[in-house]
Design a protein around this ligand. Structure first.
Ligand code: NAP
Length: 294
């Protein structure tokens, strides 16, 4: 029988553990962890994501604050705001919701965040630590969340052949580094595929675990996967759906119905990887907070 790797169930369980940890720190007289999200402009999807992160903070006992700025804020003004947060010891984590307006360099903003507060894990220092296999860096939230999801469902990665499709800096590449690290939840043999990979199916068919992050709805079909494989579908693309009030629904990169009977476990879209990205963010915030008391 195929196991559904339900991100909402795993997230609820992990967030309960986070809440218990936070309550213990508070009992010892410490302030709660604090996560700030900066939101620039009025992008609807960004407002939804930031709102979900704030709710998750409240659930686990963090202070979660959204600092909103108009789309006309200058790059220098935004950098000044980030630097103020960098210097504020009462704030543990900072995320700047992307995308930003075109006149602001996302790269410059990402690199302005203090690496110790970069709970999205996008700063070069944190990516560098990940590449070196160092244990003390902040891991990018989506790949970290995926490892938490697989761990929750008892999926072992040690010595497995894992094929990752997509080499973006927020998903595919850090995913490949995390899973191949000589770390407790690592030691997999990882193949990283991308749009220039020749004969992609010859790699996907060899995968014990297939992580798909390319943003092409329904791209992976049954004939591309091995019997009994574990499938992690990161893709979330809005596709037209006239039956919905909104007129759209989210679709993953995997043709769920066609692969379902062939694989041993699979993430649904939505409610698979999505909730785990926020859980990765919460775990990162907890970890940077706890590191202050060691
Ligand atoms: P991205 O930056 O656009 O990267 C896509 C990657 O897929 C690129 O490396 C690209 O290769 C590769 N690719 C494109 N077409 C391909 C093909 N035909 N064969 C093999 N590889 C191909 O995307 P991303 O930011 O990583 O996001 C990927 C998907 O995950 C999107 O749907 C996004 O919405 C979703 N996502 C979900 C979450 C979540 O929390 N659920 C978080 C982040 C992202 P090249 O490098 O050669 O161009």
């Amino acid at each position: 029988m195929t196991l559904i790797l339900d991100g909402t169930i795993a997230a609820a369980s992990i967030r309960m553990h986070i809440a218990t940890d936070v309550a213990e720190y508070k009992k010892k007289g410490h302030r709660p962890p604090c996560l700030i999200a900066i939101l620039v402009g009025e992008d609807g999807a960004s407002m939804t994501y930031v709102g979900a992160k704030k709710i998750a903070c409240e659930e686990v006992g963090f202070i979660g604050e959204v600092r909103r700025f108009g789309a006309d804020i200058s790059e220098t003004e935004l950098i000044n705001e980030i630097q103020k947060i960098n210097l504020d010891d009462s704030i543990d984590g900072l995320i700047v919701q992307l995308p930003l307006p075109k006149h602001i360099s996302e790269e410059k903003i990402t690199q302005t965040i203090l690496p110790q507060k970069d709970v999205d894990g996008f700063h070069d220092i944190n990516m560098g630590k990940l590449a070196k296999g160092a244990a003390d860096g902040v891991k990018p939230a989506t790949p970290y969340g995926i490892t938490l999801l697989m761990k929750h469902y008892g999926i072992d990665v040690y010595g497995k052949h894992i094929v990752v499709i997509g080499r973006s800096n927020i998903v595919g590449r850090p995913m490949s580094m995390l899973l191949s690290a000589a770390a407790p939840y690592g030691n997999a043999t990882v193949t990283l595929c991308h749009s220039r990979t020749k004969e992609l199916s010859s790699f996907t068919k060899m995968a014990d675990i297939l992580v798909v992050a390319l943003g092409k709805p329904g791209f992976i079909t049954a004939e591309m996967v091995k019997d009994g494989a574990v499938i992690i579908d990161v893709g979330t693309t809005r596709v037209v759906d006239a039956s919905r009030k909104s007129g759209w629904r989210l679709q993953g990169d995997v043709d769920f119905d066609s692969v379902f009977d062939k694989v041993s476990a699979i993430t649904p879209v939505p409610k698979g990887v999505g909730p785990m990205t926020i859980t990765g963010l919460m775990m990162n915030t907890l970890e940077v907070y706890k590191a202050k008391f060691v």
